[in-house]
Design a protein around this ligand. Structure first.
Ligand SMILES: Cc1cc2nc3c(=O)[nH]c(=O)nc-3n(C[C@H](O)[C@H](O)[C@H](O)COP(=O)(O)O)c2cc1C
Length: 352
């Protein structure tokens, strides 16, 4: 939560509606912590490069400092660890199972499923336009169904910039667990799409974010990671007022997501191709088997051809048709930005 010093320092710049909100928020924060039951927050985490861990740490910092909130973090561990940095073939070889949501074998977590959490935070990275395999492995397991049934869930995505259809898959996985998705935060690489299509694979295949010194470093920028603290501040206040029990998002007005609806066309096309080629590859062999390699090589040629032709062409065509598509894009943006939205009206309260 914001302390009184921070709030007081900002008051002169704030609009009247923000002052009302501050009043309400402050009332919540002066409630003695001892009179309220401790709120329990579960976080299920997996991160290869540490990017998602940094985002989550930034969000969790205010919750960890709040004596009225108990944060429990569980780390996902696949039985066969995914490599980092990736080799060329190990990277490609995970696409069939990722796209088809085939769960990898996972080590057990230190939970039984009988624990009771008030809020669950599910951070995940996108792998081939689907939730990463470790997260899929967790969500398809029996424990997730016990832990998540009826629980409010906040998803936090850290990825390159294509997450729209992964989040649709996530919604289905959460629905199968009986969970209630109340918020979604998505942090992405701020560089242009065509730049990240080069810098991200270089990062993932070499382990170096800034190997290409002429281009910006790959990944979510540090300023966005630090600014993610605002979500933690808002969650603290929401938990103190039992807002997680309701259906309304807790992170609205905080620029939780910003959807570029133009990428939806590329995502839909790539998802279709992942589904078809993924099925073929799964018929040829198991993950890691050498007999998949010739087909993987063929697919990567197909994929690069698509990235170099269809993606830029679709972006140019959409730019030309922009005046006619504005209404359609705005409607799609609203749909895919739900439930938290891209509004900024509470940034003055919780933003830096
Ligand atoms: C196998 C693989 C596939 C990926 N596919 C996508 C993707 O489809 N869309 C996207 O925006 N990012 C994609 N990424 C980038 C990740 O979402 C993420 O930003 C990066 O792996 C760092 O995550 P970390 O927290 O695990 O280190 C992919 C990464 C990997 C390793």
């Amino acid at each position: 939560m914001l302390d009184w010093g921070e709030r007081g320092g900002r008051i002169h710049n704030l609009q009247p509606y923000a002052l009302c909100l501050i009043g309400l928020t402050a009332l919540n924060s002066i409630r003695p912590p001892s009179s309220a039951p401790i709120k329990r927050v579960l976080v299920i985490l997996y991160s290869q490069t540490g990017q998602l861990t940094r985002i989550v740490d930034s969000i969790l910092e205010p919750l960890r400092q709040d004596s009225g909130i108990d944060v429990h973090v569980e780390h996902l561990r696949p039985v066969t660890p995914f490599p980092f940095p990736w080799t060329f073939f190990s990277f490609l070889d995970v696409f069939p199972e990722s796209a088809h949501l085939v769960p990898p074998q996972m080590h057990s977590l230190a939970l039984t499923g009988d624990e009771d959490f008030d809020l669950v935070i599910l951070p995940y990275q996108v792998w081939f336009l689907a939730p990463s395999q470790p997260m899929t492995g967790f969500l398809k397991g029996a424990l997730a169904k016990k832990l998540l049934a009826g629980k409010p869930v906040v998803t936090v995505i850290g990825c390159r910039n294509m997450w729209l259809l992964a989040q649709e898959k996530m919604k289905d996985l959460l629905k199968a667990c009986g969970a209630r998705l109340i918020d979604n935060v998505a942090l992405t690489d701020p560089s242009p799409t065509m730049v990240t299509l080069l810098t991200t694979p270089v990062w993932l295949l070499t382990g170096k974010r800034d190997l290409l010194s002429a281009l910006p470093p790959a990944g979510v920028d540090d300023a966005s990671v630090v600014a993610a603290r605002r979500f933690g501040l808002a969650l603290c206040d929401a938990l103190h007022s039992d807002a997680e029990r309701g259906a309304a998002p807790l992170l609205a007005g905080l620029a939780a997501v910003d959807v570029d609806a133009r990428l939806l066309f590329s995502e839909k096309m790539a998802t279709r191709s992942f589904a078809v080629w993924g099925k073929l590859l799964r018929a040829v062999g198991e993950p890691g088997q050498a007999r998949r390699r010739p087909l993987l090589l063929l697919y990567v040629i197909f994929l690069v051809a698509i990235i170099l032709t269809i993606v830029p062409v679709s972006l140019v065509v959409q730019a030309l048709l922009r005046p006619f598509l504005l209404g359609r894009f705005a409607a799609l943006k609203r749909v895919y930005e739900a439930p938290s939205g891209s509004g900024r009206e509470r940034m003055a309260l919780y933003g830096r």
